[in-house]
Design a protein around this ligand. Sequence first.
Ligand code: UP5
Ligand code: MG
Length: 197
Amino acid sequence: WSPDDVIVIFVLGGPGAGKGTQCSKLVSDYGFKHLSAGDLLREEQDRPGSEFGDMIKSYIKEGTIVPMEVTIQLLENAMKDTMEKEKGKRMFLIDGFPRKLDQAHAFERSVVPSKFTLFFDCPEEVMEERLLNRGKTSGRADDNPESIRKRFRTFIETSMPVVNEFEEQGKVVKVEAVNAPDEVYKDVQSKLKERGI
Ligand code: UP5
Ligand code: MG
């Protein structure tokens, strides 16, 4: 496939900001293809015979960023898969990636430049409450108080610089993520419209 055939929108925001929730809505209304980097890593972690399984597990539990070679390969494979199955132009929502400047630079250089980043802004107290609540049933190894604290720290120290760099390039669409999902989604829709989507 050629980079001319795809539009990539990065979806960023702190842990529990609602990236996955909003992406599902966008998939049903706009026909985006949703690729969550975290979901792809969890699938790879559970794939029998994966050489990366144990490594991914420990990074996720510690809330740190898996080396980008692994994540970029998983994303590229998933994009390639989609392009083979469905011909024509595709719009991808890449959720939870890039979380570190080196990943952002490598992806935009070697895969395709993003159109913009949809950034969900949410205070930590709100995100913490959501994650602890989800942790009662999610089975996610990182939905516990200690991992959540580490994920927040990584987000501030490592991932916010990515958002700030894209912001300097005029490539951030920021949405407040505190309200109920449908309210947040209305905001998303009107801001996408402003960007011609
Ligand atoms: N909820 C959602 N929206 C709500 C709203 N408006 N009001 C009230 N409740 C709301 O939502 C989280 C919870 O909140 C749900 O219960 C939802 O119902 C509720 P969700 O939509 O899942 O939020 P999301 O932002 O997607 O949260 P998630 O936990 O997925 O965020 P993370 O960014 O922490 O997780 P991710 O899966 O992206 O990454 C996990 C780990 O993988 C990382 O910590 C890292 O170790 C690793 N990783 C990498 O190493 N590299 C990558 O590139 C990506 C991930
Ligand atoms: Mg998610």
